[in-house]
Design a protein around this ligand. Structure first.
Ligand code: ATR
Length: 292
């Protein structure tokens, strides 16, 4: 990579940012597409988000990604917001426009692209969501938008699942979402098989032995399990889905495609499948999952 006076900068705003895989994605894409662009992490301390967004604009940044804990907090500091991001209530990509940044959510289109590639369909599907936090909210909105016929939100705290189901049903002119306590999974009909999307942080490194549901009978009701976690690459949730005869995927491809879509928004480039695969290998190398 050759940095000169014409180099454009994109970056990641978050706290912490030390373990991010995004530089591996964007710097690979820039290099392969011979774009004079560099992507760097920016650790933004608590209380400094407004200054960070204004500073990024003043420094002529082309765009940014936004990660925890700022995906919702960043919204007041944008000059425009994409309708999908507004519905989800979270922004992970800022694109420079004339008078500031426009906010997008590429996490959910990224998950959708990953699912399409993995042959997982949403239209007409009966889906279980484990968790009812910020990630679950985005997933539930995606599912409703893509025509899932039933969205059952299972959460430790029932009230949060109920609130989320209400919000999803209010945002769409139909009632696909319903709420249950996590422990109430036992009352799911026995003959039914679901797509299940795991959105809690249970099972994430280093607490890799954890899973939101430990009961094996639950996993017999799942034909496909999607875990948003990508470290470890096989979570306990995924192992239990597979041991019960289902297919299981981690969140690494979603990570890839949220980056690919952000990169396309920043540069106008079209990232083809082969190039996306190169970036995917680069993430896996950065994680120590593949040899250089
Ligand atoms: P994110 O934005 O990543 O979704 P979050 O908003 O903090 O993070 O949500 C975390 C989710 O994990 C919640 O659904 C939480 O359940 P509660 O609403 O009951 O807190 C779920 N979660 C966290 N720890 C859990 C545990 N030990 N058992 C079951 N669910 C848990």
């Amino acid at each position: 990579m050759k940095i000169n006076g014409y180099t454009r900068t994109c970056g990641l705003i978050g706290n912490p940012v030390e373990h991010t895989m995004s530089p591996a994605i964007h710097n690979t894409l820039a290099e392969e597409l011979s774009e004079n662009l560099v992507y760097v992490p920016f650790h933004v301390p608590e209380g400094k988000l407004k200054e960070a967004v204004e500073g990024a604009f003043a420094l002529n940044l082309l765009g940014c990604n936004v990660t925890v804990p700022y995906k919702s907090q960043v919204i007041p500091f944008l000059s425009q917001i994409d309708p999908l991001a507004e519905k989800i209530g979270a922004v992970n990509t800022l694109v420079r426009v004339e008078d500031g940044f426009k906010g997008y959510n590429t996490d959910m289109p990224g998950l959708y692209s990953a699912m399409c590639e993995d042959g997982v369909k949403l239209e007409g599907e009966k889906v279980l969501i484990l968790g009812a936090g910020g990630a679950a909210r985005a997933v539930a909105m995606l599912l409703a938008e893509r025509g899932a016929s039933q969205i059952i939100i299972l959460n430790r705290t029932l009230e949060k699942a109920e609130r989320l189901a209400g919000e999803v049903n209010a945002a769409f002119c139909r009632q696909p979402a319903e709420a249950r306590a996590l422990s109430d999974h036992v009352s799911l009909p026995g003959g039914e098989r679901y797509l299940a999307i795991q959105t809690t942080n249970l099972g994430m490194y280093p607490r890799i032995e954890e899973a939101a549901v430990g009961d094996r009978s639950f996993y017999e009701k799942i034909h496909t399990g999607y875990d948003l976690i990508f470290n470890p690459s096989k979570t306990r949730f995924m192992s239990m889905v597979e041991e019960s005869g289902g297919r299981a995927f981690n969140g690494l491809k979603m990570l890839l495609y949220q980056g690919v879509i952000a990169y396309e928004l920043w540069t106008g480039a079209k990232v083809g499948t082969e190039l996306a695969q190169k970036a995917y290998r680069q993430i896996r190398r950065a994680m120590g999952l593949e040899e250089y």
